[in-house]
Design a protein around this ligand. Structure first.
Ligand code: PRX
Length: 678
């Protein structure tokens, strides 16, 4: 074994589900060689209304040249995910167990909900959805802050067989409109407004704009249900124990919430009139559970579709092993539910294990930079799952904010969203984990449904920056440019030739695109779009995207989607966007813009463009640099040579061979035009 390896803490290993690499390898081999047996043992822990057939447990085709790509697990069996997450746990005596602690943006604003209460609320909201005409297969869009109601809305969809389509509430009204029109949602569930730090965001106003814009795409949302969230702080202040008070405590702050009668309904009004029980709809294991948009390299978002049975097994199993979850643990994932991490590891995975988790509405910096550590101390969190960008941002403030809090309850630390740089890994390991906690650097994607390459706590010797080894059922393969499998040490395209239960099944309404994006480059393989290296000990190191995607603060976006926003500006003729390394965000957007003939590039134009991207996509997509480009470096066939632009962005004059450019002089011009000295 090479140097820089951190062995798991012995006391953790003793109690871990997987105690050694020998045990891991045995289970991993079983998962690949006796796939049916491995997953059916897990499936047997859940409720199936119609049982699965062990002789027809799963089937797939990854080879487009042999027919349509398809993946099926436990087809023919019926179940209900909500039933397995709530009713089953309540029946098993966990009704009074806390499902979620809720920690609001303001530290004075907090609450909790038990499994029994969550089930009751979900039944009520299922009845509300039914009363609005939602039936099995209908899509329900959700655009909400991190409050209990987002979980209630998701599970209510699952209960009645509707498909939730959550749009992260940091997306712009344009993005929301495009996604609602694409999935043709019948209902939109949202909230009035929310505080993030000391900033008030008027979510409902933004939804109104989005619902109007969706009409331009030919789609009308018939019902919008609005959670009254803002006065919750006042409610909790009016009750002694911090739980939600009654409606009579609510101070009316809503005279200015925009409203359309006949379309808009208050959540609490609707919930008052319905029964607290609702029989679950038994759906097929291959019926859709949810869809979630992720950026596509052409600029148009892709509606990744996950189905019922396989996703349930995979979210539950990865949660149990990757966080080494045991009853009594208090788990906290900081991801927003609007991203896949929030779906699988705030909602589905933890509830499937009957876990108690924290849902956090705020930011790591409010009211001070020690907020994360204070929440860990308050709830005695045992597993903490966050993103490298947050770790890097918090590292800036040194160890003092951490030292003010007792974080000794922690056992496992997780990382997700982008490769974690070794410096951040070590800071996390030493200052938060006190060299006792395992770090699970989890590599996965919206498309994979759950972790696919990750260390297991108490088991895997860790190498900072390496996601290490595949999860059960997963066999990563590296391909060279010609599609040949690379054995042993080497670097190439990260692909898979066999499905695990949680992999997506299609892109909503566009199976053609699903096949062409993921399965056409190397027939027979699912292509992640990432590159990876395997080292001499067999560890995988994900090296980053090999397509035109950018990863800014763990948010994936395509160069094409930003470029198309820039070129919509009437003064812009052409634009090219590349990523540049950023000390906190990981990568940031560096945009080259060619103005129309006769238009002068001014600071005003530059700030208009920044604003336009922010408004069209969302604040997280805000470019760091807009550079004037008198022309773009194009080959004679007209293709933009992005590698040259990436060199300009970092001021590295080693641009390599540029002899195929139509006009080589443009490269020097671009270096001269850099807005920054460095
Ligand atoms: O490039 C990889 C990067 O994030 C991409 C997936 O983004 P998304 O679908 O938005 O899901 C993010 C949360 C799972 C991947 O293709 N990525 C994610 N986690 C890691 C990572 N890259 C390296 N190491 C990771 N741990």
């Amino acid at each position: 074994m090479s140097k820089n390896v951190y062995l798991p803490y012995a006391a953790t290993s003793e109690k871990a589900h997987i105690k050694s690499m020998v045990q891991y390898r045995k289970m991993h081999n079983k998962s690949l060689e006796s796939t049916e047996q491995f997953w059916s043992e897990i499936a047997s822990q859940f409720h199936w209304e119609t049982p699965y057939d062990i002789n027809n447990f799963y089937s797939y085709n990854f080879d487009v040249t042999k027919g349509p790509v398809q993946v099926k697990w436990m087809e023919g069996a019926t179940t209900n995910v909500c039933y397995n997450l709530l009713d089953k746990n309540v029946r098993n005596g966990m009704g009074d167990k806390v499902a979620f602690y809720w920690e609001g943006n303001d530290p004075e604003d907090y609450s909790k909900i038990t499994y029994k209460k969550l089930l009751e609320e979900v039944c009520r909201f299922s009845n509300v959805l039914k009363s609005k005409g939602v039936v099995k297969g209908d899509r329900v869009a959700i655009y909400m802050p991190m409050v209990f109601e987002i979980v209630i809305a998701m599970l209510s969809c699952a209960r009645i067989g509707a498909v939730h389509s959550i749009v992260f509430a940091g997306f712009s009204s344009d993005s929301l409109a495009e996604r609602m029109a694409d999935c043709k949602c019948k209902v939109l569930v949202t909230a009035d407004s929310v505080y993030r730090g000391d900033k008030l965001l008027n979510i409902k106003s933004l939804c109104d704009i989005a619902m109007d814009k969706a009409k331009n795409f030919g789609h009308e949302v018939s019902t919008c249900i609005v959670v009254r969230h803002l006065p919750r702080l006042y409610r909790s202040m009016n009750t002694s124990n911090g739980t939600n008070g009654s409606n009579s405590d609510i101070i009316d702050l809503h005279s200015d919430v925009p409203w359309t009668d006949g379309r808009d309904y208050w959540w609490h009004d609707e919930m008052d009139d319905v029964e607290p029980s609702c029989y679950p709809v038994w759906v097929s294991a291959e019926d859709p559970l949810f869809m979630l948009y992720t950026s596509g390299s052409t600029g148009k978002p892709k509606g990744v579709l996950h189905t019922t049975g396989g996703y349930l097994l995979y979210a539950a199993t990865t949660f149990k092993y990757v966080f080494d979850y045991h009853p009594g643990d208090i788990y906290w994932c900081t991801a927003d539910i609007g991203w896949i991490t929030g779906h699988s590891y705030v909602v589905y995975g933890p509830l499937a294990n009957g876990a108690t988790s924290v849902i956090f509405e705020g930011t790591p910096f409010y009211p001070d930079n020690g907020r994360y550590w204070s929440v860990i101390e308050k709830y005695k969190v045992t597993q903490f799952y966050t993103a490298p960008t947050a770790i890097r941002a918090l590292m800036k403030f040194g160890e003092e904010p951490v030292k003010k809090h007792n974080v000794d309850s922690l056992k496992v630390l997780g990382s997700v969203g982008e490769p974690i740089n070794p410096e951040a890994w070590l800071w996390y390991y030493q200052n938060i984990g006190k060299e006792r906690c395992s770090i699970a650097d989890t590599f996965w994607q919206t498309e994979t449904g759950g972790h696919v390459i990750t260390p297991l706590p108490g088991c895997t010797p860790m190498k900072p920056g390496s996601a290490s080894f595949p999860f059960f059922g997963v066999k990563p393969i590296l391909l060279d440019e010609s599609g040949k499998e690379i054995e042993g040490v080497g670097e190439g395209y990260l692909v898979f030739n066999k499905p695990w239960p949680g992999i997506m099944r299609t892109l909503f309404g566009n199976h053609e695109r699903f096949q062409s994006v993921y399965f056409s480059k190397f027939p027979g393989y699912y292509c992640t779009g990432d590159g990876a290296r395997r080292d001499e000990d067999g560890y995988f190191w994900v090296t980053g995207r090999v397509d035109d995607m950018l990863n800014v603060s763990g948010h994936l976006m395509s160069t094409a989607e930003v470029e198309s926003v820039l070129t919509e500006h009437p003064d812009v003729s052409e634009a090219a966007v590349v990523s540049r390394p950023h000390p906190i965000k990981g990568e940031c957007l560096y945009c080259f813009v060619t103005p129309n003939h006769g238009v002068t590039f001014t600071p005003k134009l530059s700030s208009e463009l920044v604003k336009k991207v922010r408004e069209s996509i969302g604040p997280f997509a805000m470019p760091d640099v807009i550079q004037h480009a008198p022309g773009l470096p194009k080959t004679r066939s007209g293709k933009i040579m992005r590698r040259v632009l990436r060199k300009v962005a970092v001021n590295d004059r080693e641009v390599g061979d540029i002899s195929t450019l139509a006009d080589e002089h443009i490269v020097e011009e671009l270096f001269k035009n850099r807005p920054e000295k460095s």
